[in-house]
Design a protein around this ligand. Sequence first.
Ligand code: AMP
Length: 294
Amino acid sequence: MQRYEKVEKIGEGTYGTVYKAKDHESGEIVALKVVRLDEDDEGVPSAALREICLLKELKHKNIVCLLDVLHRNLRLTMVFEYIDQDLKKYFDSSGGKISPKTVQSFYYQLLKGLGFCHSLNVFHRDLKPQNILISKRGDLKLADFGLARAFGIPVRCFSTEVVTLWYRPPDVLMGAQVYTTTIDMWSSGCIFAELSNGGRPLLPGSDVDEQLKRIFKLVGTPNEGVWPNITKLPEYKEFPPYPATPLELVVPAMNALGINLLEQHLVCYPNGRISAEDAMRHEYFADVDPALKL
Ligand code: AMP
């Protein structure tokens, strides 16, 4: 008998199809992420397989647990703990309003998961509400950590849907080929703002140029003065010198401390962005539920 029995298809992710399944050995419900590889390829690249097996060691209460990795022929199946819904679906069901306390709790948990992975030099590179999962108890867990490094960052989803640019930082949009924690700090800032706005995305651009224009109209167009060597980026583009928009106008439900924290994420110069560790220590979290700090 097969150990995992598919119950239903949940969705199409960036790397493959996700199914709800039953684990006949433990009796638990799990999520299977099935990555199908090209017929022309030689199966799963060994480097990718090595990376993924390392992810089994990434154990933290704010990271979706990778329970098992199965590899047969042209198919790679990752078995994850099953979590009820993702943040996108949570937004859809919350009617556009999330209480400031919930925003604070979710964002603290997001930073905790992020800080843990960053301390082990594992980056996400593609953080977005679809790969942030929320359990019935209000626990937040990050999914797809480390997969960008294993498989490369795709331009299209498995289902040929274009990968969203909304959470990409300006350095990546202008062709910087780097793997650093600063990428995730930009994306998480966008998600912090989206949480506060009840699920309205902060920077919903439709293509690279429009995405950059939206960013610069929000935080001001960067130049060599604030971002050394910006003009040397592979896909550097010149934009008019837009002034920054006051963040109070963009996240009206956020308090002054939250705005101060958000400002430290939305910094065009990558090295100027706050780290997850420092963000968790910010005064905005002074009154966060002490149970979350454990
Ligand atoms: P992803 O590849 O992570 O973007 O997954 C695609 C969709 O599958 C997501 O939007 C989630 O709703 C769902 N999903 C991913 N991982 C899990 C999981 N561990 N438990 C339940 N649903 C999941």
